[in-house]
Write a new protein. Structure first.
Lengths: 127, 409
């Protein structure tokens, strides 16, 4: 078993959950990783009580960035928007559950960056 | 599949870093397109310079200063000769990027005006795109580009069409693409551009390290390259200019060393090449680069090119045998290969082969417009230096096989 490319990571990479576009949608963001050129877009439909009713992500990236988007998307659906805005890097890294080196950190955090940007309109890297 | 020939070099032992082992296994360095490793001769030249000769140049009369000046100017002379240039038109810069910016500021900001155009290509490194975006924005000139065909080539017909519009003041083009490996017909581009009254800047960053380059024969008005890709240290690059153009230009940076006479209100400029070298130069680095080109000249750039050609052909054949691999760029190329693997992102490829100490680059290679043209976000790239050998290629191919297994491909 590979430490980084665990079965569930590769499973999410090959068959990502909530991948695609969502029309109509209420919120969206498009973020990229300037180091590698990976791109990730997010569409969100907001339900009653300001919760994430539906979410789709799209774009291209490595196994780490695609799996993180897929895994995060499952957690985010049903979450209140205000709560999403407060999620930090540790939340994402814990959720991924694999050792992320400094050089792959942005791969792991790109999806959270995009998802937070869609909700807050502010696309800083999660810390 | 190609086999070793009498053109194959065996110089790995000259490069101390390649003797390093990681987890008991050798380093397979296949990222010379990003930066080259350094031979013992270069490390010794840097060390000797600081240990025995260090002083500031061009000023003091004492012996150390004389030695340092002779080492620095001697390196310039040999570097100029190595590239077929003249000593007084061979200018030291920090790197190729700074050399291009020197031209974009000292030439572009004064020669470009509304109604003029700068012509670049889609296969340029960001360093030969962004300075021209800034220069054309500042001057009101327009920026146009030549397209790259699906097989990774420029079209001379499209060049002619652009030149026929009559407004092109400068053509800026890579000699060798850092992504595709394409060797552009720069002598022919220069001939056609000059016939249309345009100047030409050639980015030789990927060419000078791996093939004979004669800037005099190419005839470009500006030819730039960087030392650290040519077995030299970081922090030194070269601009070869055409004397008449350099003479007509204003200085780039103002300061010490680049002046002839300074009054409190105005100054006059030093002669070429020093007019473009303000402040204390990268003395040790230039000396180190001199040692690097001495090392390469002793081997012969024809042999370096033949060696890397052999490795590249061997690697192309090997990669073609790995399931799911698609090679990007033309069949005939310089010593670098960009590729993608179905079902595996280039970053994951680079991460996994690193476990076998195989060093390759993954990403957009500072060529995002080209990536968009190719319709891919990123590639993996293996690039060769004169110290690489067939075993390095075999290690890459074997490692790619293991990477595919991890991904269940």
């Amino acid at each position: 078993m590979d430490d980084l490319y665990r079965d569930y990571i590769l499973e999410h990479y090959k068959r990502p959950k909530n991948f695609g576009e969502l029309d109509p949608h209420d919120l969206e963001a498009h973020e990229h990783n300037p180091l590698c050129g990976d791109e990730l877009g997010v569409h969100i439909r907001v339900g009653d009580g300001r919760v994430v009713e539906e979410l789709r992500f799209h774009g291209h990236g490595c196994a780490i960035s695609q799996a993180s988007a897929s895994i995060a998307s499952e957690e985010l659906i049903g979450m209140e928007l205000d709560a999403v805005a407060t999620l930090d890097a540790d939340w994402m890294l814990d959720l991924l559950g694999i050792p992320i080196s400094a050089t792959r950190r942005k791969c792991a955090l790109l999806s959270l960056k995009a998802m937070r940007a869609a909700i807050t309109g502010e696309g800083s890297w999660p810390e | 599949m190609a086999t070793t020939t009498d053109t194959t070099l065996d110089i790995r032992g000259d490069f101390p870093i390649l003797a390093r082992q990681i987890d008991g296994r050798p380093i397979v360095y296949l990222d010379s397109g990003a930066t080259s490793q350094k031979p013992e001769a270069v490390l010794k030249a840097l060390d000797d310079y600081y240990r025995y000769h260090n002083a500031n140049i061009h000023r003091s009369v004492y012996l150390l200063a004389q030695e340092a000046t002779e080492l620095f100017e001697g390196a310039r002379e040999r570097i100029a000769a190595f590239c077929g240039g003249e000593t007084r038109t061979t200018i030291f810069t920090r790197n190729a990027t700074e050399a291009i910016n020197l031209v974009a500021y000292a030439w572009g900001r004064h020669e470009l005006a509304p109604g003029d155009a700068v012509l670049i290509t889609e296969m340029e490194h960001h360093s030969n795109i962004v300075p021209w975006q800034l220069a054309t924005e500042d001057t009101g000139a327009t920026l146009r580009h030549l397209e790259v065909s699906p097989d990774g080539l420029l079209s001379l017909d499209q060049l002619d069409e652009e030149l026929a519009k009559g407004d092109v003041k400068l053509v800026a083009v890579a000699h060798v693409s850092n992504v595709l490996g394409t060797i552009n017909p720069v002598a022919e581009i220069v001939r056609r551009a000059h016939a249309a009254g345009a100047l030409v800047l050639v980015d030789g960053s990927q060419a000078v390290p791996q093939m004979p380059v004669d800037v005099g024969a190419l005839g470009a008005d500006f030819y730039v390259w960087t030392g650290h890709k040519v077995l030299g240290p970081t922090g030194v690059g070269v601009l070869h200019g055409r004397a008449e153009v350099l003479e007509s230009m204003r200085p780039f940076l103002g300061g010490g060393d680049m002046i002839a006479h300074v009054d409190i209100e105005r100054s006059t400029w030093n002669e070429l090449p020093w007019k473009f070298e303000a402040g204390t130069s990268m003395i040790a680095q230039a000396v180190g680069l001199g040692a690097a080109i001495d090392y390469l000249a002793a081997i012969g750039m024809d042999r370096v090119r033949a060696h890397e050609h052999t490795l590249t052909e061997y690697a192309m054949a090997g990669l073609a045998g790995v399931e799911g691999v698609r090679i990007v760029g033309p069949a005939e190329r310089a010593g670098l290969i960009s590729f993608v693997i179905d079902g595996m992102h280039p970053h994951d490829i680079a991460e996994l082969v690193n476990r076998d100490n195989v060093c390759i680059r993954a990403g957009h290679h500072c060529a995002q417009p080209l990536m968009r043209r190719l319709g891919i976000g990123a590639t993996a790239r293996a690039s060769f230096g004169p110290y690489n050998n067939i075993a390095d290629v075999d290690a890459l191919i074997a490692s790619l096989g293991r990477a595919r297994e991890v991904f269940g491909l």
